[in-house]
Design a protein around this ligand. Structure first.
Ligand code: MRU
Length: 353
């Protein structure tokens, strides 16, 4: 479930259905996937994207395969599920939620070792559904902690898409914006276009318009003068992976925003479920940054916007050093510097506490 008007991803034990984000905002087309391989293909090709949503999709892909398994040999079943986990793990490299979800499905598989195969498959099916439901709840909690940081009339600048399309619920950074709006705060949003894949213009503006939240689209290069004008109360972004020292990988262009926000004394917040915090990755330098096709830069759709033969470099993410981050808004509270101390604390809070 994502929103009252669209469903980013659904699963019924037989099929995974996704809203095709590559076609938004022009067309709302739902794609039906009946094999784990097809789900993996959809993740790789950005039919679904955004760190938490990628994790949910991978979990459903694993569950789908488990349910479809027809034999009754438990060790063969384990090998079969393991192969699917490996297929999921090579879809996209940066968002740690993908690896977190796979690890959780593997742990559920190991825990069910004494059960007959059909029950083990049902356990995996349940686990995937839980991952999705928990993410929806997590988004609500991030929203509440984040909204408390905003003044009654708030102007927020955001980057990429961190909403219902990117998560199992109302979103992370967009969840904060949605919650503040729901609470009656007057929120105005500036959305970076987010070149080259245009998650800001295609997806964030689409989502906020549906919720009737005041949104103004800007080109990425306009953020500097906007921040200098002191018309923005806070920058809020999402993340694909938070390292143990608080460095944060997010959509390319986030680092420039963070440096500018720091220069012009605008608070720079990162909204992240604890499933995006990776204490095994010590610093941002250890995060694998996905590099995507140069064609995403040299072309818009099928139209070339650079001369034939232009060489383009297209890293999909960058790393913002912890020193630029005012706070990391999680479902368990807001972590602040020093992050090597505050991140383990927000991670050790049990759900519901
Ligand atoms: O390449 P994408 O669209 O998957 O990148 C998404 C982002 O960078 C988001 O900011 C991040 O995943 C957080 S989504 C809650």
């Amino acid at each position: 479930m994502s929103s009252s008007t669209f469903h980013t991803i659904t699963y019924d034990g037989k099929r995974v259905v996704m809203l095709d984000q590559t076609l938004l905002p022009h067309e709302e087309v739902y794609r039906v996937y009946t094999s784990p391989q097809a789900v993996a293909h959809a993740i790789r090709n950005m039919v679904i994207r955004g760190a938490p949503a990628i994790g949910i999709a991978a979990a459903y892909g694993i569950a789908l395969g488990a349910i479809q398994y027809s034999g009754d040999d438990s060790s063969d079943f384990e090998e079969f599920v393991e192969e699917i986990c490996e297929i999921m793990a090579v879809t996209r490299p940066t968002a740690v939620n993908l690896f977190w979800a796979i690890r959780r499905m593997r742990a559920r598989l190991a825990k069910s070792a004494d059960l007959p195969v059909a029950e083990r498959a049902r356990a995996l099916d349940q686990e995937a559904r839980c991952i999705h439901a928990e993410d929806a709840e997590i988004c609500e909690r991030i929203g509440a902690f984040g909204a408390a940081l905003l003044p009654p009339k708030a102007v927020v600048l955001t980057h990429c898409n961190t909403g219902a399309l990117a998560t199992g619920g109302i979103g992370t950074a967009l969840g904060v914006i949605r919650t503040a709006h729901r609470e009656g705060k007057m929120v105005r949003v500036y959305a970076d276009e987010t070149r080259p894949y245009l998650q800001g213009s295609r997806l964030t503006v689409w989502e906020l318009q549906k919720d009737r939240i005041d949104v103004t689209l800007i080109v990425d290069g306009a953020a500097g003068s906007l921040l200098k004008s002191h018309k923005v109360d806070a920058v809020i972004v999402g993340t694909d992976r938070v390292a143990a020292n608080g460095d944060v990988a997010n959509k390319i262009g986030t680092l420039s925003l963070a440096v500018l926000a720091n220069e012009f004394r605008v608070p720079f917040y990162v909204a992240a479920p604890t499933t995006t915090i990776d204490l095994e990755t010590m610093t941002g330098a250890d995060i694998v940054i996905e590099e995507r096709s140069p064609q995403e830069i040299t072309h818009i759709g099928d139209v070339a916007v650079a001369p034939d033969g232009a060489i383009a470099f297209n890293p999909a993410f960058d790393v913002t050093p912890a020193m630029y981050i005012s706070g990391i808004i999680t479902e368990n509270g807001v972590a602040t510097a020093p992050y090597d101390a505050s991140l383990p604390k927000v991670m050790s809070v049990e759900p519901g506490k």
